[in-house]
Ligand binder design. Sequence first.
Ligand code: B4P
Length: 191
Amino acid sequence: MLNIVLFGPPGAGKGTQAEFLISSYELIHLSTGDLLRSEIAAGSGLGMEAKAYMDKGELVPDEVVIGMIENKLEANKNAKGFIFDGFPRTTDQAKALDVLLNRLGTPITAMLSLEVEKQELIDRLLSRGKNSGRADDQDKSIIENRISVYNEKTSPLIEYYKKQDKYYGIDGMGSIEDIAGRLKEIIEKQN
Ligand code: B4P
């Protein structure tokens, strides 16, 4: 199985590049952001709880997102592989993912980390916010909080995957096609 963690700060292009990887490699796309937004759209209790965190640019509690990923892995045991988009975002989430994948007998293949300058992240998210209706993309101070939360709680995962020899840093600046080509080059070297 090909199990990819697509990593990077908010606005780095994770969701954008995930679309390309799913079609190229027939992987199951697991985006915790998308799963949470579906819960909000459905008006579920979980969605309402998550919305309070997301609208402020804070992380949703670990147990909520880990539970969602566990359900999806169980439901897709025969997949060719998974692309984890926006998950894990904390060390506890990364440890939980390793346990869940061990149970399926299939580890993470690689962590692909998109590197993008802060001002470009802010510009991309504000630009998406004009059309997306996403509350967390509308306000510069919320976007800056999301980037701070990334720096504090999520970026330590780079060390976590470096220790497992699975980290790959990728230049996330430039055209979507060029970045997709950089990701493909690394994925083709796996196995
Ligand atoms: P996510 O949905 O994961 O959103 P994101 O970090 O903003 O990244 P996204 O994938 O959407 O954006 P992309 O870079 O593709 O998270 C939202 C919130 O959900 C979090 O703040 C948190 O509250 C919660 N959450 C999610 N997962 C969680 C977890 N595991 N634990 C706890 N909480 C969790 O694209 C951004 C924009 O840039 C797009 O408009 C795109 O078109 C554009 N773009 C992309 N590539 C570009 C390029 N090369 N050039 C120009 N523009 C580009």
